[in-house]
Each structure stands twice: as structure tokens, then as C-alpha cells.
Design a protein around this ligand. Sequence first.
Ligand code: NDP
Ligand code: 8X3
Length: 253
Amino acid sequence: MPKIVLITGATSGIGEACAHIFAKNNYHIIITGRRNERLIALKTFLEANYKVQVMALNFDISDNQQVNDTLLSIPPQWKKIDILINNAGLSLGLMPIQEGITQHWDTMIDTNVKGLLYVSKIVSNWMIAHKTGHIVNLGSIAGKEIYANGNVYCATKYAVEALNKAMRIDLLPYRIKVTGIHPGAVETEFSEIRFLGDKEKAKKVYTGYDALKPEDIAETIWFTCNTPVHVNINDIVIMPLAQASATYWHKIS
Ligand code: NDP
Ligand code: 8X3
């Protein structure tokens, strides 16, 4: 039986790149996201090109009821998940705390922190039952350093950093691996969403240097999932060469 990976937020960016690399390596894949047409298109592509089985689950990760109803109803053979990639996440807005929009704060916290928890609770129990598993959490350089106006997004990624450590402790007796991946700038739809659809503003974030590509992160995740059984990679910070920290850049022009 091929191994199974569950990737949250596979409709674009890093999650989508992960789906390709795991499918290419014969994993059966569970992909999730809110944009169903993208899920269906990805499922069709992966099944046709890599001859693997793909289950597309269309739900909002920030809604505990939807997470429970969807995940708990998948067929038993799909519950033997070897790898969970907690990737779904977003940033909304980039403004000082006194001007922050509370609805944006709620969405970031509900998605990046609570959504990750809802999925992890269910899947970690399946992993415990099967006595094996690996959870990969997408943190960020924003979970290692605070930058101006990053406030609540940074707080959610500091929370992911804390949960990454907490999961490693709580799941230690069950031999479940837990890895945190903390990228700097990756060129995805991330900035377009952060800037509420302003494509020009988003494009500038990735101009004047070579940003990371989603595939760079997917390859790094693939590497962490292929260490010997006694090895766990706790944490990786991965940056574009032109970005030394959350705030130090070397851009041309
Ligand atoms: P994208 O915007 O390209 O992808 C985000 C994914 O998350 C989409 O598939 C989206 O699916 C999903 N998602 C967002 N909200 C929800 C929700 N409520 N329910 C279900 N799925 C949701 O961004 P990235 O690929 O860049 O981001 C992936 C992860 O990497 C995030 O956690 C992000 O914080 C992190 N990260 C990104 C960096 C970057 O520079 N790009 C750097 C460091 C970390 P849909 O909209 O279909 O629901
Ligand atoms: C996304 C990278 O630097 O915009 O997590 O916060 S950053």
C-alpha cells in the first residue's frame, strides 16, 4: 500500500508544489482547500500524470465543524496518514496594531493557529493508532522575528513555532516526527492575499531579487520526510539568498 500524505492548503503555492513532489514519488495524496475547482483540477492532473490516488477535500480549515465532519467521514483506508503537512495559512493586511482590522485578526488566528490545531488533533490520533507518522508545520521567518506592521501574522507564526515544539513533546512517546519549516519570501499568492487583491503591490514584494519558489520549499519538506527512521529534523529556516533576515534585503534597483 503506498504511503499517504495529507496536505492542507494545496490549491496554490507551497501546498500545491508539495502535492506534485509527493505524487511524483508515488504517495497517495489528500489535498484540501476552499477553492473546489482548483482542487478538482489538481486531482485530475496528479491522477493522470503520476497514476496515484488523490482525495480532494473541500472545507474551510478555520471552521471546526467543517474540519471534523469532513475528516472523520473519509474511508478508513485513507485514515492511515503517514505525513500531515500543516500548510494552509494566510496574512491579511500589513498595518500598525492601532489601525488593525479585527476581522482580519480573527481570520488569521482562526486559520493559521486554530485550523492547524483542529486538523492536527484528528490526524495525530490516527497516527498514534497506527504507531507512526510525521507532522510538518509551516511556520515562517515571521515566527522567528517580528517586523513592523506584521503584528498579528507574526503572532500566529510564533504560535505555530510554539505548537511545533509542543507537538514534538506530546507526541514523543508515539514516535511521531514533528518538523517546523520556516521560509522567508516565497513567491506565491501570499502577498496578493495579504494586500487584499492588490496585484501591483504584491508584485513589488518579489521584485529586484530571486525570491524562493514554492518548489524550493516542497523539496525541503520532501528531504525532511526522507531521513532515516531514528532521525527527526526539528526546524529549518530557509531564505532567499538576497534576504538575510525578516528585514534585511539586498535588492537590485
Ligand atoms: P498561498 O496563498 O499560495 O496558499 C495558501 C493556501 O492556504 C491556499 O491553498 C489556500 O486555499 C489555503 N487556505 C487559506 N485559508 C484557508 C482556509 N480558511 N481553509 C482552507 N484552506 C485555506 O500561500 P503560500 O503557499 O505562500 O502559503 C502556504 C503557507 O506558507 C502559509 O501557512 C504561509 O503562512 C506560509 N509561508 C509563506 C511564505 C511566503 O512568503 N509565501 C513564507 C513563510 C511561510 P484556499 O484559498 O483554496 O482555501
Ligand atoms: C511570509 C513571509 O516575511 O512576509 O510568512 O512574513 S513574511
